[in-house]
Design a protein. Structure first.
Length: 148
């Protein structure tokens, strides 16, 4: 494993999530709806050897400066209170729109890493994502402190 990936935030958790996703994909293959893969991940992740805790579709609220709720995002999963996990079941490759969806989640939260997983192809496709600089800069202004 490269030093860059090993030193990435929550690399141990993301490796386990990817392992669980590979196990689900090997079992079910492509062709199901996104919800099927999400439920399969929910069943698989708590089991050995993965042993991951998660929240199913946690709320990520977006407030304006007057503290009025504007919108609530719901990523598919947040694993170990640390990794946003967004599941797709597309026959085509992941797109910039899919990545932008995850960036929305970063903008509404303080999470430092996400996995975007596509079960719809013959081979499992996944991307490990980090908040872009413009979102990180906005967080510093909004919450008044650098993120840990």
């Amino acid at each position: 494993m490269s030093k860059l990936i090993k030193d990435a935030p929550h690399a141990d958790i993301t490796r386990k999530i990817i392992g669980a996703a590979m196990a689900v994909h090997n079992d079910l293959g492509p062709g199901h709806r996104e919800e099927v893969y999400q439920r399969a991940m929910i069943v698989k992740m708590p089991l050995s050897p993965f042993e991951l805790s998660f929240e199913d579709e946690p709320a990520l609220p977006v407030y304006d400066e007057q503290e009025v709720l504007i919108y609530t995002y719901k990523p598919d999963l947040v694993v170990e209170k640390a990794v946003i996990t967004e599941i797709k079941a597309q026959t085509h490759l992941l797109t910039n729109d899919d990545t932008a969806q995850v960036f929305d989640y970063f903008a509404a939260s303080e999470y430092k890493v996400a996995l975007l997983i596509n079960f719809g192809r013959p081979r499992l496709e996944w991307r490990r994502l980090f908040p872009p600089k413009h979102i990180e800069d906005s967080r510093h202004r909004k919450w008044g402190h650098p993120l840990k």
